[in-house]
Design a protein. Structure first.
Lengths: 492, 40
C-alpha cells in the first residue's frame, strides 16, 4: 500500500510505532483523500482541521515520549453527526439543529479522545438517523465511493463512505434498525452493532432510545474490535448502560470457524434477496461449512413480522424524543405570536419530510384509542422476536443472513416510495428489537462491481462468537477490492 | 434485579452562560418565549 489513507488501523498503528509514519503524516494523507473525493461523495458535514492537527501533533509528541495509550493513538477517526462534540457544530443532518454547538462531548467521543484518536470531522447522515440511503440529510445526500450514482446506504452513510474511500481509517455510527450494518454492506466495509447497553448512548441525539446503539465502521474485523474495545463499558451518565464486564473478544479472532454452530436464518435468506446477494451469501455459508463450522437452517417466524413492529416502535419513540426540538433552547426559531404557533412554525420548517412522517406515525400509534391496536401489538411482536432468538441460540452460536436484500441502489431511485425504502431494513431490524449484537462483513461484489454484505447475529453479550465468526468469514472471503474513488484514476 | 439508578450526588453541571448562548432568545438568566396565551 503506497498511500497511508489506504492502511487499516492495525497497519497504521504498526507504522506509527516503527517510526515509518507520523500521525501528522497520516492525517495529511486522509485529508488529501478527502479533498480529492468530497466534491463527489459529500461524506462530511463538518471538518475540524485545526482540532485534528492538534490531536495528531499531540499523538506524535506522546509517541516521542514513549507514551502509548493503545491502538487508536494517532489514528484519524470520523464521527457521525448525531454524536455531540464540544465546540463543534452538531446537526444530526437536520435544519432544526443548524448552527448548534454542543457544550459537551458524547461519552464515546471522550473515550476516543482518551485513547489518543484524532477526530477528523462529523459525517453526514439521514436526518436524525431516519433513513437507509443518507438522502434524507437536510444538507444533501452522500454518494457511494464504488459508484457515485449510487447511495452509500444509511443512515450512517457518511461514516461508511469516509471509511470506504479512505478519508478516515475508522468511524463511529449509530444503529437503530441497521444504520451501521446496511451502509457498511453497501460500501464494502465492516460495520458492527454492539449488544444494547454495552456502549454508552450519552451524547447520542436520541432517535428510538430502546433500539439505538453506537458502534464502529472499519475496513477490517480486527479494526472493529479495536474501536469496540475503546468505546464499550459502563457509563453512569446512561441509565441503560450495562454494569457487567465487557466481553473479551480479541483472543478468539484467530480460532477459525471449526466447531462453530451456524444457523442460516431462513426467513431472511431466501426470496426477496437479489440473486447476486444470495449467491455471495450461499458461497460464504458453504466456505464456513468446508472450514469446519456446523451449518443448519433455522426458522425464526417472528422475524418476518419484525419490520412491521419496528416501524411502529421506532416512530413511537422518535415522536417523544423529538419533542425537545421546540425552538426554545437551541437551533433556529421561527416567529409566532404565541409559544404554540412559534413551536409549530419552527418544527414545520425545521424537520424534513421523513422525520415529519415518522413523528406523525408515532404520535398516531401512541394516541388514546389506538395505543393497544398499534403500539401494544408491536410490543407483543417484539417479545415474540426476542423469544425466537432465545430459542435459536440454544442450538446455534451465531445466526447468518444477507445484511441487505440488494446492493447499492441509485440516488433518487427510492426517495418517493418510503415503503420500498423501509424494506432495506428487513434483515437488520430483528436484532435491534432483541437488543442483540450483529456485524456485517464484505462477502464479494455483484456484476456491477457493487459490494455485498454478509450479516452475523449473536446473542446478547455474545460478541466473542460474533467477532470470531466475522474474522473467519473475512479470511474465507478474502475481500480486498477497493472502491473506484479511492484510486487516483477514480479520484481525479 | 438491581436498581439502575446512580447515586444522588451533586455533580458539575453545564455552564449557564454556555447553555443560554445557544438559545434563539434569552432574557437575563432565562429562555425567552412568546406568550403562552392569546393576547386579548
Amino acid at each position: 500500500v503506497s498511500d497511508p489513507a489506504d492502511l487499516t488501523i492495525a497497519a497504521a498503528g504498526a507504522a506509527l510505532r516503527s517510526g515509518a509514519l507520523t500521525s501528522v503524516g497520516l492525517l495529511e494523507a486522509v485529508r488529501r483523500r478527502a479533498s480529492m473525493t468530497e466534491a463527489n461523495l459529500h461524506a462530511f458535514l463538518t471538518l475540524d482541521p485545526e482540532g485534528a492537527a492538534g490531536s495528531a501533533r499531540d499523538a506524535d509528541a506522546a509517541f516521542a515520549r514513549g507514551e502509548d495509550r493503545g491502538p487508536l493513538q494517532g489514528i484519524p477517526i470520523a464521527v457521525k453527526d448525531n454524536l455531540v462534540t464540544r465546540g463543534i457544530e452538531t446537526t444530526a443532518g437536520s435544519r432544526i439543529l443548524a448552527g448548534w454547538v454542543p457544550p459537551y462531548d458524547a461519552t464515546v467521543v471522550e473515550r476516543l479522545a482518551a485513547a489518543g484518536a484524532v477526530m477528523v470531522g462529523k459525517t453526514n447522515l439521514d436526518e436524525f438517523a431516519m433513513g437507509s440511503s443518507t438522502e434524507n440529510s437536510a444538507y444533501g445526500p452522500t454518494r457511494n465511493p464504488w459508484n457515485p450514482d449510487m447511495v452509500p446506504g444509511g443512515s450512517s452513510g457518511g461514516s461508511a463512505a469516509a471509511v470506504s474511500v479512505g478519508s478516515a481509517l475508522g468511524a463511529l455510527g449509530s444503529d437503530t434498525g441497521g444504520s451501521i450494518r446496511q451502509p457498511a454492506a453497501l460500501t464494502g466495509i465492516v460495520g458492527m452493532k454492539p449488544t444494547y447497553g454495552l456502549v454508552s448512548r450519552y451524547g447520542l441525539i436520541a432517535f428510538a432510545s430502546s433500539l439505538d446503539q453506537i458502534g464502529p465502521l472499519t475496513r477490517t474485523v480486527q479494526d472493529a474490535v479495536t474501536m469496540f474495545e475503546a468505546i464499550a463499558g459502563h457509563d453512569p451518565s446512561d441509565a441503560t448502560s450495562y454494569r457487567g464486564e465487557v466481553p473479551e473478544v480479541r483472543s478468539g479472532l484467530d480460532r477459525g470457524p471449526e466447531g462453530l454452530r451456524v444457523g442460516v436464518l431462513t426467513e431472511l435468506s431466501g426470496e426477496g434477496n437479489q440473486p447476486a446477494v444470495l449467491e455471495a451469501f450461499q458461497r460464504t455459508v458453504d466456505a464456513l461449512e468446508r472450514a469446519g463450522a456446523t451449518v443448519r437452517p433455522m426458522s425464526l417466524p417472528a422475524c418476518a413480522e419484525a419490520l412491521n413492529a419496528y416501524y411502529l416502535i421506532a416512530p413511537a419513540e422518535c415522536s417523544a424524543n423529538l419533542a425537545r426540538f421546540d425552538g426554545v433552547r437551541y437551533g433556529p426559531r421561527l416567529d409566532g405570536d404565541t409559544v404554540e404557533r412559534m413551536m409549530a412554525a419552527t418544527r414545520r420548517d425545521g424537520f424534513g419530510p421523513e422525520v415529519t412522517r415518522r413523528i406523525l406515525l408515532g404520535t398516531y400509534a401512541l394516541s388514546a384509542g389506538y395505543y393497544e391496536a398499534f403500539y401494544g401489538q408491536a410490543q407483543k411482536v417484539r417479545t415474540l422476536v426476542i423469544e425466537d432468538f432465545r430459542r435459536a441460540y440454544r442450538e446455534v452460536d451465531v445466526l447468518v443472513s444477507p445484511t441487505s436484500p440488494t446492493t447499492a441502489f441509485g440516488v433518487g431511485e427510492k426517495v418517493d416510495d418510503p415503503l420500498t425504502m423501509y424494506l432495506n431494513d428487513v434483515a437488520t431490524v430483528p436484532t435491534n428489537l432483541a437488543g442483540d449484537p450483529a456485524i456485517s462483513v464484505p462477502a464479494g461484489l455483484d456484476d456491477a462491481g457493487l459490494p455485498i454484505g454478509f450479516q452475523i447475529l449473536a446473542p446478547a453479550l455474545g460478541e466473542a462468537a460474533l467477532f470470531r465468526a466475522a474474522a473467519a468469514v473475512e479470511r474465507l472471503v478474502g475481500f480486498d477490492a477497493r472502491p473506484a474513488l479511492a484510486t487516483s484514476e477514480g479520484a481525479a | 434485579m438491581v436498581n439502575a439508578h446512580r447515586p444522588d450526588r451533586v455533580e458539575e453541571t453545564l455552564d449557564r452562560e454556555e447553555v443560554l448562548a445557544q438559545a434563539p432568545e434569552r432574557e437575563g438568566p432565562y429562555f425567552r418565549v412568546p406568550p403562552y396565551l392569546e393576547q386579548e
